[in-house]
Design a protein around this ligand. Structure first.
Ligand SMILES: Nc1ncnc2c1ncn2[C@@H]1O[C@H](COP(=O)(O)OP(=O)(O)OP(=O)(O)O)[C@@H](O)[C@H]1O
Ligand SMILES: Nc1nc2c(ncn2[C@@H]2O[C@H](COP(=O)(O)O)[C@@H](O)[C@H]2O)c(=O)[nH]1
Length: 671
């Protein structure tokens, strides 16, 4: 049996108008209408064994066994190619919902026609004059209503909870009811068209020569170091034309989804075009313009874009932002989105946690429950998902496709586990990964508490998880940059710079003076945090050197020196850190040397004690000091002494030691 691409339950009490509305949908949109009741009645008429059993049960207005109806539904769905299916009058009890979704597939949504009993009774009695149905009599109608209330309303409520319910006031006139119905169906079709257009574009790109967007991205990335280096050397605008040209090239070469849709099958292109017309949106961003209402975003399992199928040709570098809870990811993303709404779109995640006051379904999250989420994950609808602080969170493929279809850069606010999954997906190479670190443990706790959104238990859980998230963020090859969110404005400036570095010219150059201050200050803070031997600041150094995306002005060698201090037990918390803060280079050198010996002996003690305290001193001292100079007067002398003590070859060249040993992972060369 081919799984339908769209599947919608049609629910409502008897006489709600399910059949009438289904017929209208079939007529206008060409869906297949499968009515559980009609299937049963056909069995009765044919006199089959199932029919005989069902007849008595139906006469009494009771429920026939779910296994019988599911069997009939499966039979009907197998009878041909049914891509868009209305399942009318089913599921009637929770067990049927569960079993059908296990055996066939989860629905996209359920149309629920809500009607009062007296209105429905009048309609049914009128129908009885011509229908000849055994259950269209006053007594049975009431029984069926009671049964619906008692047994089927839990299904309605479960689907509502899972955000898979589209409720329609069925007491209104047929035209009004159909107008509401039509909007829901159109939205589902638009989402399907968007998914298929993206998939078709990928197929076209895969079939053709090397993807245009790949070339564009490569051009942009090749331009990036030069642009950034020039910008770092002076604030002259000489870099800007190059940046703009690279960006322009990227914008031109990238295949927008609308264009890609032209290469898609005719039906899809038609749907996209129809959508563009309906939305009165410019052709370049049509696909989901009319689909902003937060219906369930899940795409059908067999039509869903797998990570491999994502529209890589048209996608604009997604920005993945991670960091411990309360560090300020949302705040930074909020600023970015508010300032550049046409350039960035937020990937609205699914979560099983409860909404906070003011949070809106479809805007901040798609709030769902564990069962629905698990079904959708099993259906392959998620790019990534993880359990975070005791709840499930995930990025649906549709959420990313939606932003992509609007021609924007998708911004993902996800945890480190999610980032790892995205990194290893087909999308991984296309993303910019940024880890946002707090300036100190105390400040993180202060922010989390001040936000006032968490219970004490949750605050403690989130803080405890921060330690392991920071540790995981160290994984080589995961994050391109770590950004310390100390001063918000500076962090925001640096975020824009990092984005511009990856996608030159995307954002206007920030105010020159502020921009000049930002990297020095940020790196000084990173350096300070690293010297205090916390786990956070080891990451940017390793990544910075490893990642070609990072230019010479910010990547090496200064942050590499930071890495030298931290990733192995070279500098224990509060020893060399204190020295670097000004307590005395000699003492620090001794500590470094001792620790380095411990390391060379195979010591593996962890530095992940999340102790930021000692960073305050150097951070303050470093403000305004060029990073290279800062390192030269603090960490480098310590290392030099340490290397001498270890009898390492070239002890006078700590920078080389850092590059070879800590970044390139070469063995220690002894003199
Ligand atoms: N640089 C900053 N300085 C001071 N306060 C900040 C800074 N950045 C963010 N905040 C504040 O810290 C709190 C936490 O920020 P935010 O909610 O953005 O964190 P988050 O990383 O998105 O958290 P979560 O992962 O839990 O969603 C907010 O009250 C915010 O106003
Ligand atoms: N792996 C994923 N993590 C996510 C996603 N959406 C949010 N998150 C992370 O969860 C925590 C907590 O968020 P909160 O809104 O409850 O405070 C936060 O760190 C987010 O980054 C997701 O889709 N996938």
């Amino acid at each position: 049996m081919a799984t339908p691409k769209l599947l919608v339950y049609v629910l409502g009490a008897p006489g709600a108008g399910k059949g009438t509305q289904s017929d209208l949908i079939v007529k206008e949109f060409g869906w297949t209408h499968v009515s559980a009741g009609d299937l049963l009645r056909a069995e009765v008429q044919k006199g089959t064994e199932w029919g005989k059993q069902a007849e008595d049960i139906m006469r009494e207005g009771k429920m026939v066994p779910g296994s019988m109806i599911i069997g009939l539904l499966k039979g009907a769905l197998s009878s041909g190619e049914h891509t868009k299916v209305l399942v009318d009058g089913f599921p009637r009890v929770l067990e049927q919902l569960h079993d059908f979704e296990q055996e066939v597939r989860p629905c996209n949504t359920a149309l629920f026609y809500n009607v009062a009993e007296d209105i429905a009774r009048q309609r049914l009695l009128q129908r009885a004059e011509s229908s000849g149905r055994v259950d269209d009599n006053e007594e049975t109608i009431h029984k069926r209503f009671v049964v619906f209330e008692e047994q089927s309303m839990p299904v309605v409520e479960a689907l509502r909870e899972q955000c898979r319910l589209s409720e329609v006031d069925a007491g209104a006139s047929p035209d009004e009811v159909y107008a509401a119905t039509k909007r829901i169906i159109q939205q589902l079709e638009q989402e399907l068209a968007a998914s298929e257009a993206a998939a078709a574009a990928v197929a076209a790109a895969e079939a053709g020569p090397a993807g245009a967007a790949d070339r564009a991205e490569a051009a942009a990335e090749a331009a990036a170091p030069a642009v950034a280096a020039e910008a770092a050397a002076s604030s002259e605008a000489a870099a800007e034309p190059a940046a703009a040209a690279a960006a322009e090239e990227q914008e031109e070469l990238a295949v927008p989804v609308a264009a890609a849709a032209a290469a898609a099958p005719a039906a899809v292109a038609d749907a996209v075009a129809a959508d563009a017309a309906a939305a009165e949106a410019p052709a370049a961003v049509p696909v989901l313009a009319a689909a902003e209402a937060p219906a369930e975003v899940a795409a059908p399992a067999d039509a869903v874009l797998s990570a491999v199928q994502m529209d890589l040709s048209g996608i604009r570098t997604p920005i993945v932002i991670c960091g411990p809870s309360g560090v300020g990811k949302g705040t930074l993303i909020g600023k970015l989105m508010a300032q550049h709404p046409a350039k960035f779109g937020f990937s609205v995640s699914h979560t099983t946690r409860d909404p906070r006051p003011g949070e809106q379904h479809g805007v901040h999250y798609y709030f769902t429950d564990a069962e629905a989420m698990a079904a959708q994950v099993a259906g392959g609808m998620f790019l990534e998902h993880a359990t975070v602080h005791g709840n499930s969170y995930g990025t649906s493929l549709a959420a990313v496709a939606r932003v992509s279809a609007e021609g924007k850069h998708c911004v993902l606010d996800i945890d480190v586990q999610g980032a790892q999954q995205v990194r290893s997906s087909a999308l991984g190479d296309r993303c910019l990964f940024i880890f946002v670190a707090p300036p100190s443990e105390q400040e993180l706790e202060r922010r989390l508490r001040n936000r006032g959104t968490e219970t004490e238990e949750k605050v403690l859980q989130r803080l405890a998880n921060a330690t392991s998230e920071i540790a995981k963020a160290q994984e080589p090859g995961l994050f391109h940059h770590t950004l310390v969110n100390g001063d918000l404005e500076q962090a925001y400036l640096q975020l824009q710079q990092l984005i511009n570095k990856r996608v030159p010219g995307l954002l206007p150059e920030p105010d020159a003076a502020a921009a000049a201050a930002a990297p020095a200050m940020q790196e000084a803070e990173q350096a300070a945090a690293a010297v205090s031997a916390d786990a956070i600041s080891t990451q940017p150094a390793v990544m910075a050197a490893a990642d070609a995306d990072v230019d010479a002005s910010s990547a090496a060698p200064a942050p590499a020196a930071v890495a030298a201090a931290a990733p192995e037990p070279v500098l224990a918390n509060g020893t060399a850190a204190a020295a670097a803060a000004g307590a005395g280079v000699a003492a620090a050198a001794a500590a470094a040397a001792a620790a380095a010996v411990a390391h060379s002996n195979g010591g593996t003690s962890t530095l992940l004690d999340f102790g930021f305290g000692a960073s305050a001193g150097p951070a303050v001292a470093a403000k305004g000091m060029p990073v290279r100079q800062y390192m030269d007067v603090t960490v480098i002398p310590v290392l030099r002494e340490g290397l001498k003590a270890l009898n390492v070859a070239r002890p006078d060249d700590p920078w080389q030691f850092l590059a070879d040993y800590l970044v390139a992972n070469k063995p220690l060369a002894h003199a």
